[in-house]
Design a protein around this ligand. Structure first.
Ligand code: BEZ
Ligand code: FE
Length: 280
């Protein structure tokens, strides 16, 4: 029996048939990969060292393995398999490392920037089911970077959360909030994943975006972003997270009345993003 068949056979006793299936496929692909690239022993040791360092840098605060999955396109591939575009529901994209469970609650129309620096931006839209019914009370969890491309959690001395919120759609499924215009930023590139990008001549930048996690009873929870159409890096996102359908206009306005009737005395942006949740 060949080495590959011996290794495959060693998993034959696994009680869980799915584990058996996954282990067999993993072993066959791994051995095909080794036969293809024919690593030297030094190269294999370097690969093991790379994965060891990736693991050492992963804990509940920093997940270098998820970042590796992101830059290899594996995160988006898994999303594509589990949330295929159906032409109706809003498309999904990567969660990223900056989501926080217990963000502050805000009410309709509030300013969620909480002092984060940036140009004011009014974002509004609706949450509907795939059948077109509004989803009153849908929970929107929102998080984003400031004008320096940094999230609140990236400021070591910041004690309050900013640029993140939990808010609920109203009785007609509408939501609206003030924030700051998001800006492009680099993914954490000071670890093994950053080394890999640098060695490949790849950039670490993500296009500007606002993250949304949207949930409503009886519907699949949506994890997504919106991207301003004029952002740099839309075609070179380090984590391959851009979906065409998620690119929207964030027009800039001179000082004057905003969509909520407020008089704004500085330039500001507006954007509209309607969200459709798939049925459970
Ligand atoms: C983010 O958008 O927050 C993100 C996603 C993947 C990797 C790093 C950051
Ligand atoms: Fe992000």
């Amino acid at each position: 029996m060949s080495l590959v068949e011996q290794v495959v056979a060693s998993f034959a006793g696994a009680k869980d048939p799915r584990l058996r299936e996954i282990a067999e496929s993993l072993v066959r692909h791994l051995h095909a990969f080794l036969a293809d690239v024919r690593p030297t022993e030094g190269e294999w040791a370097a690969a093991v060292d790379f994965l060891t360092r990736t693991g050492r840098l992963s804990d509940e605060k920093r997940q270098e393995f998820v970042l590796l999955s992101d830059v290899l396109g594996a995160s988006m591939a898994v999303i594509g398999l589990n949330h295929p575009a159906d032409g109706v529901a809003t498309e999904s994209t990567v969660l990223g490392p900056f989501f926080v469970e217990d963000a502050p609650e805000y009410a309709m129309g509030d300013d969620i920037s909480a002092g984060a620096p940036g140009t004011p931006c009014h974002l509004r839209g609706t949450v509907h089911s795939a059948a077109g019914a509004p989803l009153p009370g849908a929970l929107l969890e929102i998080w984003q970077s400031d004008e320096d491309g940094r999230y609140d959690v990236q400021y070591p001395d910041l004690e309050t959360m900013r640029g993140r919120a939990r808010l609920h759609a109203d009785a007609e499924g509408r939501y609206a909030f003030w924030t700051v215009h998001p800006e492009p930023y680099p993914i954490p590139a000071d670890g093994p994943v950053g080394e890999l990008l640098a060695a490949a001549g790849r950039g670490p930048m993500r296009p500007a975006h606002v993250h949304f996690k949207v949930s409503a009873p009886g519907h699949r929870t949506l994890i997504t972003h919106v991207f301003p159409a004029d952002s740099p890096h839309l075609d070179s996102d380090a984590v391959f997270g851009v979906q065409r359908s998620l690119i929207i206009d964030f027009p800039r306005h001179e000082p004057g009345p905003a969509p909520d009737g407020r008089e704004v005395d500085t330039p500001f942006h507006t954007a509209e993003f309607d969200i459709v949740l798939a049925a459970e």
